[in-house]
Design a protein around this ligand. Sequence first.
Ligand code: GAL
Length: 394
Amino acid sequence: MGWSSWNQFGDQINEQLLVQTMDAMAANGLRDAGYVYINLDDGWQRHKGARQDHPLEVDPVKFPHGLRWLADYAHGHGFKLGIYSGPGQTTCAGYTGSEGHEAEDAKQFAAWGVDHLKYDSCCSHKDAPKTEVQAIVKKMSLALRASGRPIVYHACHCGWADIWQWAADAGANHWRIGQDISDDFDYPGHREKYYFDVLDMLDRGITLGQHAGPGHWNDFDMLVVGLNGKSQELVGAGASNVEYRTHFSLWALAASPLLIGADVRALDAYTLETLSNKEVIALNQDPLGQPAEKVRDDGTLQVYAKGLANGSVAVALLNRGSATAEMTVSPGKDLGEAWKHYRVRDLWRHAELGEFDIPFTAEVISHEARLLLLSPVTGHATTTDTTDNTPAPK
Ligand code: GAL
């Protein structure tokens, strides 16, 4: 969990922004909610162009005190620092890449005190043989290990070469399952024939759950919550508050890394509440590390479920349609649980909804995901009225 500079700022990043971001996250509670990785994406480097023309250096104008200073600032304030590079001659935004200099760069990152590396091939190996992509991922993985510093490793390859099948063995801690996200909930087709909206990403990633678990995760890309169509970098028209909340709920259930992409210095109250919901974050961080599966698909009405370490099951009732709908979840039929009685908690309304012995039914507005925690109950009276009277979201 953390923040990444790309979705809002692109390569327009600098020391002041990073320091203000950390200060804001310490002050507004996001750090203490678990968002500790502060990840510089592309654009921290001094030079554009290939290595033979320039060494890999930090931009002294953007980062006057250098990256060791920034890492020390992060560590001194309860954060970790992430950095970005790629296996090409240049990175996706045209800055100096690491090709042929993996060992040297990994050592440099370690010396700066970096805690996370996003290593990004810029979707450039789409048709390359799997062995070639594996070799690239592994080379930097070994270089990071040899650096002697524990550095979380993100192998960013646009979800090609079936990366989920082998990236953990190659030493990666997370890997993108698709192309870049756009700031849209459900754009018809792919924007610019490339970008995945929230639902595209969900549909792609949710089938890959069996490849993820503690220490190795499917990455559904950085959050667009709170961008509101105003990113300097990402395409997209923005989404409604309800849609952003649904996006956050689904990334949490899918056990994706939660990397905030918005400007945390200027979050409105609703967005901050969305990102800070401790009950939802707890699902994402559950120690069992089991990603959600889609357990029912009635076209626009879908049910997702994530088993938790304590035996409860988190459920999202997702209404992808344009009209409010009644949705039902059955612990037996949908979740395979032999519970006689169970209780239901609503994780956005922070409310206990009662105890039940028949399927639970709730009203779900358009593009909402009702996020529920279902837990078995023994020896209690049972309510059979499953009418859900909790108020609709703001
Ligand atoms: C893209 C990547 C983005 C961002 C960008 C930087 O390939 O998917 O998340 O890192 O490169 O140039």
